[in-house]
Design a binder for this molecule. Structure first.
Ligand code: URA
Length: 226
């Protein structure tokens, strides 16, 4: 394997010209992403790495969560300490590949609520077609994190966020593993108010809607369906 040395900045989030786009540049995230990209990675490794990587990414995604102060008793005395405020967060998985990210995030925030959106890409038009939509109650009081490993054409992500906005949640964030300039441009044009968190922005989208160099079909690699 060819190696090059990088000196990492102390910042965790690499800056992007669009302040709504956050590239999570942590060495652990980048290392695991590289292992996942390798075509030799087995289904087991791919799934495990996606799970680990998502657990790491959720720290950055939830960095600005509202906190409240509560009084508690330690074994020695009373103290005022911080806890997360408000109703439980909702992770919304875009089926089916979103479930890989979902599992990793739930490892860190097991009490989060979960919504699912079933969307498939029409192979001819590459447009998103909805076949399933199920959300928790009281969405107006919740912060939402939408997850899908690949922000490629942007069509599924745009459709999912459009559908969620109807429910008027407190906030919406979008998390993916990989995206490309085309995906970012289309998504941020449709939803300029929704921050995007990603581990990398790759070179380009190909004519079949795949990200290059990418990691192939995330769903197939995660579930071993090809
Ligand atoms: N979906 C994938 O799984 N991979 C891509 O490269 C693009 C969309």
């Amino acid at each position: 394997m060819e190696t090059r040395r990088f000196s990492f900045l102390t910042e965790t989030l690499m800056s992007h010209p669009n302040p709504m786009v956050h590239v999570i540049d942590h060495p652990l995230v980048q290392h695991k992403l590289t292992l996942m990209r390798n075509k030799e990675a087995s289904t087991t490794s791919f799934r495990r790495l996606l799970n680990e990587l998502s657990s790491l990414m959720v720290y950055e995604v939830t960095r600005d969560m509202a906190m409240q102060e509560v009084q508690i008793e330690t074994p020695l005395e009373t103290m005022t300490a911080k806890m997360i405020d408000g109703k439980k967060l909702v992770f919304v998985s875009i089926l089916r590949a979103g479930n890989g990210i979902l599992d990793g995030m739930l490892n860190v925030i097991p009490g989060a609520r979960v919504g699912h959106i079933g969307l498939y890409r029409d192979p001819a038009t590459l447009q998103a077609v909805e076949y399933y939509f199920k959300m928790p109650q009281e969405m107006t009081e919740r912060d939402v994190v939408v997850v899908d490993p690949m922000l490629a054409t942007g069509n599924s992500a745009i459709a999912a966020v459009q559908r969620l906005k109807v429910l008027k949640p407190k906030s919406i964030k979008f998390v993916c593993l990989l995206t490309c300039p085309e995906g970012i441009a289309t998504f941020t044009a449709a939803h300029p108010d929704v921050p995007v968190f990603t581990a990398a922005i790759d070179r380009q989208l190909n004519d079949h809607g795949y990200i290059l160099p990418g990691l192939g079909d995330a769903g197939d690699r995660m579930f071993g369906t090809k």
